[in-house]
Design a protein around this ligand. Structure first.
Ligand code: FMN
Ligand code: FE2
Ligand code: FE2
Length: 391
């Protein structure tokens, strides 16, 4: 039976869950899947807000049709034109050729590159208000969260913010769609992994977007991924605010690269010493085992990060090199760093980790510890300095 999901009397969630895709953007693992949330307002005039990914949208057009119940679609709002939300635009244009597209100048450029020129595009980037009847829509430009055209749509009547990828999370909607229907613990880590991997590079633009929303009364946040926030929209705003300010938790994150176990022994030794000093929340990851997506998330979570690498062909181990390169690219800030590693002839691991520290401008909390071959008792004592500097 057709089970309508009401956001308010005339506003509905019409998203889909994707439990099949293995890699989001063909890079980020999706063990808990992802939802693509689309929304429809059926007023005197009708408006669809974003669509869904083409791979998951088998019944999407039929669903739109059912909600319209014989009406035509007057408006298609494009808050974000990335293909995970624009997958069904072509289908919508074909089915409702008269539909008016609402977006901004940057949206129009990408729209035309993907779907061809149209005279039905209305630029709402400069303070437009669109009246649907009971509902009135205004538009907040939030560029670079995380594409140039990203914007939010505000339902002025019901105080609903359709926020695009902002305030989104990985993880499908498993029956529960609203924040008061789900256990957020299921989403907490996936929300940060989504933020850090997808949006984090644009943290300054997230800050600007949050500042722009400051004067807006918000009763409900409808993002394009994950739960709809009707009970406590401030909760996800606060989390995004914290993450985009690079605020972090105490504790210690250790990520090491080790072929034969020497650098790993140093990691375990340091972690034990740190635990003896009373630090709880210590996490150790082998860079070769855990996908970089999770390591980036953990780096976003912890203030103290120790990186270890064996030397490898005069450089660091390739996978930790990749991680460092990504962290630098994402521009993660305000972290305290410790460095360690093993080599056998002229080194390369620690040397390049130090270069990384200089480039990313993290605080180096102690002298890097570089040892030759298998760590001796004396080498382990050098590691004590790292543990001491941390606490
Ligand atoms: C493929 C390969 C490349 C290496 N390149 C270097 C190097 O450029 N400089 C160096 O000092 N040691 C180099 N080594 C030696 C290792 O860094 C050394 O054995 C170290 O103790 C290994 O630490 P691990 O047990 O943590 O892997 C290399 C070893 C291998 C297997
Ligand atoms: Fe996106
Ligand atoms: Fe998205």
């Amino acid at each position: 039976m057709f089970n309508k999901v009401y956001i308010s009397d005339r506003v509905f969630w019409i998203g889909v869950n994707d439990r099949r895709k293995r890699l989001f953007e063909n890079i980020w693992p999706l063990p808990e899947g992802v939802s693509y949330n689309s929304y429809i307002i059926v007023d005197e005039k009708t408006a669809l807000i974003d669509t869904v990914d083409v791979t998951a949208g088998k019944c999407f057009l039929d669903t739109v049709d059912k909600y319209l119940a014989g009406k035509t679609l007057d408006y298609l709002v494009i808050n974000h034109i990335e293909p995970d939300h624009s997958g069904e635009i072509a289908g919508i244009l074909k089915k409702y050729p008269e539909v008016k597209i609402l977006g901004n100048a940057a949206t129009k450029r990408i729209f035309e590159a993907c779907f061809g020129a149209t005279s039905n595009f209305e630029d709402v980037g400069k303070g437009a208000v669109v009246k649907l009847g009971h509902h009135e829509l205004s538009f907040v430009m939030t560029p670079w969260v995380h594409w140039p055209e990203t914007m939010m749509t505000v339902d002025l009547t019901e105080k609903i913010v359709f926020s695009g990828d902002a305030f989104g999370t990985f993880g499908t909607l498993n029956g529960g769609i609203f924040d008061d229907e789900v256990n957020f613990e299921f989403y907490r880590d996936e929300a940060l992994r989504y933020y850090s991997n997808i949006v984090g590079k644009y943290s300054n633009m997230v800050q600007k977007a949050i500042a722009k929303l400051a004067g807006t009364e918000i009763r409900c946040i409808c993002p394009t991924h994950g739960p709809v926030w009707r009970k406590d929209p401030q909760k996800i705003i606060d989390l995004y605010n914290k993450w985009s300010r690079y605020e972090a938790e105490d504790g210690l994150l250790i990520i090491y690269a080790s072929m034969y176990g020497n650098t790993e022994m140093m990691a375990d030794y340091i972690a034990r010493k740190v635990a003896e000093k009373g630090v709880r929340n210590i996490r150790i990851y082998d860079v070769s085992k855990t996908h970089i997506s999770y390591l980036i998330r953990e780096a976003w979570k912890y203030r103290n990060i120790f990186l270890g690498s064996c030397a490898y062909n005069t450089g660091m181990f390739p996978l930790i090199d990749h991680l460092c390169c990504e962290l630098e690219h994402l521009g993660l800030q305000n972290r305290r760093l410790g460095i360690f590693g093993s080599f056998s002839w002229n080194g390369g691991g620690v040397k390049n980790l130090v270069k990384f520290a200089e480039n990313i401008k993290w605080e180096l909390i102690a002298e890097p510890v570089e040892i030759k071959g298998i760590p001796s008792d004396e080498d382990f004592r050098k590691c004590d300095a790292l543990a001491e500097a941390l606490v």
